[in-house]
Design a protein around this ligand. Structure first.
Ligand code: F6R
Length: 237
């Protein structure tokens, strides 16, 4: 576990790890998360790209996508990743994969698992953590054997994301890579910032793995690293 003094230093340290993976293997397969936590990481990676690091052969799998939004919806995770990262680092669009929230969920989930099998495993999976301990959109209670599937979002997750949507338009469902799909990555990199994540971080690292805290599944992985700022580390430092 790495604890950094500030959020900015922590984000740079996460970006350093991802940049090193890209430098070591130009066609690395990255699994990427969205959300506020990751914004400074993508900013730092765009700077690395401008400084000469090539992302042209990198492949990206997004962890999740809302159901019912067209792919070009400004709050879709496809657009999030394009606007903050993909469109600024010269990534080949055919190497950018996001679950299709506009298809039947069953078709979209099975297509995604097929694409993951075809191009995987993911070399480095970046993960954020929800206040309730979710990873991707695997909410508490998600089986550790779960794969990419349709999930209902909990009230707490919908409340946390409500600021991005017009009232009454917060999505109720998402397609997410499952916990078993996530754990198939060669390496996991969990990044959490801010005191509002400190309870979830405590539950992830201090308790035996339990489906009540989906993030605790990362402890079953042989190569999982956790980077925190001091706020998120408040209860484990
Ligand atoms: C989104 C995702 C989620 C977020 C988590 C934290 O792709 O995987 O698990 O990482 O909800 O979100 P923020 O960073 O907005 O607090």
């Amino acid at each position: 576990m790495t604890i950094c003094k500030t959020t900015a230093v922590a984000a740079e340290s996460v970006a350093d790890r991802i940049a090193a993976a890209v430098a070591a293997k130009p066609n690395v397969v990255l699994g990427l998360a969205t959300g506020g936590t990751m914004e400074p990481v993508y900013k730092a990676l765009v700077r690395r790209s401008a400084a000469g690091l090539s992302f042209s052969a990198v492949r990206v799998f997004a962890l999740d996508e809302y159901v019912g939004l067209p792919p070009d919806h400004p709050q879709s995770y496809r657009v999030y990743l394009r606007e903050r990262f993909v469109d600024h680092v010269g990534l080949d669009p055919s190497r950018f994969h996001v679950p299709r929230g506009d298809l039947s969920a069953e078709v979209a989930a099975s297509e995604y698992e097929t694409t993951l099998r075809q191009h995987g495993p993911v070399d480095l999976q970046l993960l954020g953590i929800g206040r309730n301990g979710h990873i991707g959109f695997n909410e508490p209670g998600s089986p550790f054997a779960s794969r990419t599937r349709l999930v209902a979002l909990t009230a707490s997750t919908r409340a946390a994301n409500a600021r991005f949507f017009a009232p009454g338009h917060v999505p109720r469902h998402a397609i997410t890579m499952g916990i078993a799909s996530i754990l198939e990555a060669r390496r996991l990199l969990v990044f959490a910032i801010g005191p509002e994540k400190s309870d979830a971080v405590w539950a992830m690292v201090m308790q035996p793995p339990t489906v009540d805290v989906p993030a605790s599944a990362v402890r079953l992985h042989a190569s999982a690293e956790i980077v925190l700022d001091e706020g998120a580390a408040g209860q484990v430092a």
